[in-house]
Design a protein around this ligand. Structure first.
Ligand code: PDD
Length: 278
């Protein structure tokens, strides 16, 4: 693969980052994941806007301007001939001696790579996924997309070891989100319920797009916290994320959701999402 690091196009074997990089020592870095389908960037404006917001919350500035940022996104897809997959972008605060206090001015480390993945023909779309519930033990600024992903990796690994596909995380009895996706349910009356935006969840770009499309399709949307009990009683459940779009959830803690197969509203939302983005 050809990757991008601090203004240079390099073979992946030649892309080297200092062991003093604050992304490495302190997870002092933000990231974005943008899907690619048919060589096209999906929901790029949302991802670049959220990247700017994450940087702003941490007092960092993107080393590229808006035009340059779009240009490197397009170029990395072209250089790697990616038809379907994703772009991973990371910006760390930069390199310095290990000190908890960060200097006012630092030169950020900007890296990007691509990864191929079957985005459209994801086998889990037909089967749906199973999730287990786990406590949400992440820090409380989950609205910033930082690379502090240890807990989500532990949660998803635990789910996998138990034979499930993902974890839905719980705080004070309410579902916050999935380990790396937004969690949604559909009530028996067809209303889509999803957690309202705050510092406890990431403002998902696919979430925003899906809610817009749902409202346009005449589906009622409630943005509010919902409990694990309400989720287990729901007619349907699904996750949204950049690389999985709308992904049906068919069981929670071993309990079937609805009839245990992907629900009609979930399928419809995935179809209209795919159609609107291609
Ligand atoms: N994860 N919530 C969390 C905690 C996430 O990590 C993600 C995305 C989402 C969905 O956001 P979006 O729709 O903007 O992708 C929600 C990415 C895909 C990842 O870490 O791979």
């Amino acid at each position: 693969r050809t990757v991008y690091l601090n203004g240079k196009w390099l073979d992946e074997a030649d892309a080297k980052i200092s062991i003093f990089d604050r992304g490495y020592t302190f997870a002092d870095a933000i990231y974005e994941v943008t899907a690619i389908v048919g060589g096209k960037l999906i929901d790029y404006p949302g991802h670049s806007a959220r990247m700017q917001r994450s940087l702003g919350e941490l007092g960092m500035v993107c080393p590229l301007d808006a035009d340059e940022l779009l240009a490197v996104h397009r170029e990395i897809v072209a250089r790697n001939n990616v038809e379907e997959g994703m772009i991973y972008l990371q910006i760390s605060r930069g390199v310095d001696d290990r000190d908890f206090v960060y200097p006012k001015e630092m030169k950020p480390t900007f890296s990007m790579f691509t990864q191929t993945k079957k985005v459209l023909e994801n086998p889990y779309v037909k089967s749906g996924i199973s999730v287990i519930s786990l406590p949400d033990w992440r820090w409380e600024r989950r609205d910033i997309k930082t690379v502090q992903l240890l807990y989500p990796t532990m949660a998803k690994t635990q789910a996998s070891r138990q034979g499930a596909d993902d974890a839905w995380l719980l705080e004070d009895g309410f579902v916050t989100e999935a380990s790396s996706a937004t969690a949604h349910i559909v009530k028996k009356d067809g209303t889509l319920v999803t957690r309202d935006l705050s510092h406890v969840i990431l403002p998902g770009i696919t979430r925003a797009s899906t809610l817009d499309l749902a409202r346009e399709a005449g589906i009622k949307v409630e943005e509010r916290p919902f409990t694990l009990e309400e989720a287990k009683e729901a007619a349907e459940a699904f996750n949204t994320s950049a690389t999985n779009f709308v992904l049906p959830v068919v069981s929670i803690d071993g309990q079937k959701i609805g009839d245990g197969t992907p629900g009609p509203i979930t399928k419809k939302l995935r179809d209209i999402y795919v159609e609107s983005r291609l």
